[in-house]
Design a protein around this ligand. Sequence first.
Ligand SMILES: NC(=O)CCC(=O)C(=O)O
Length: 259
Amino acid sequence: MKIAMLQMEIVAGDVAGNKNKGLALVEEAADKADVIILPEIWTTGYALKNVAQAAEHIDGPLMTQLAGIARKHHVNIIAGSVPVSRNGRTYNTTMVIDRQGTIINSYEKVHLFSMYGEEHFFAPGTKLGLLSLDKMTAGVAICYDLRFPELFRSLALQGAQAVFVPAGWPAARGHHWRTLVQARAIENHLYICAVNCVGEHKGSPFYGHSLLVDPEGVIIAEGDDRETIIYGEIDPARVAGARKDMLTFADRRPDLYSC
Ligand SMILES: NC(=O)CCC(=O)C(=O)O
């Protein structure tokens, strides 16, 4: 399974410019990958005051355009995250579109990043993102979710072989990013495909360094700090191999954990 990670430079508040750029990058990668993934809130960036106005319904014009590209190029698209309006509230939402152009999953960020005040602009999701993608069982999480190992463990226990993570992670905590992504992969014996943006938030740069990490925690593809498309490959069969030798799932003691 070939993955294209669109490590895009996002300009906060330039919704039209970001959309054009993101769609052009998707078109560029469309014939070179089985799965394309964009970063977190790539249409608005962290101009959070704009998200309610920029939010579309799940079947709005942007998703219709992305679904058209998916159908035309027969490619799966994990549409980063975008603000989506549902029942009068705005959610930080990752939509997954399959090769037929059908939205097969929609995950609303459950852990809102209070350090950036996300909870004032988004409502929190209430369920995890688990889906089947070209016969692979995959999970979806968004950025700050990386700090919550319970979420990844839960996806793994439900069969996830890879977790796709759109992100907007700053350079100031770059060392956390790398360590958390590798730890989530190692402890759950699965692939993590974490796609970050570049650009800046209130003068401080985003980290870039999108990562594709295998079930042993080895980095198999990584971006630098510029806008770029990073390609890498996932082999779902390797997950069973990693889980066969290291029996951490069987050796767990959930009877002792209170969290
Ligand atoms: N967009 C985010 O969720 C940022 C998370 C972050 O910067 C952190 O956890 O640190």
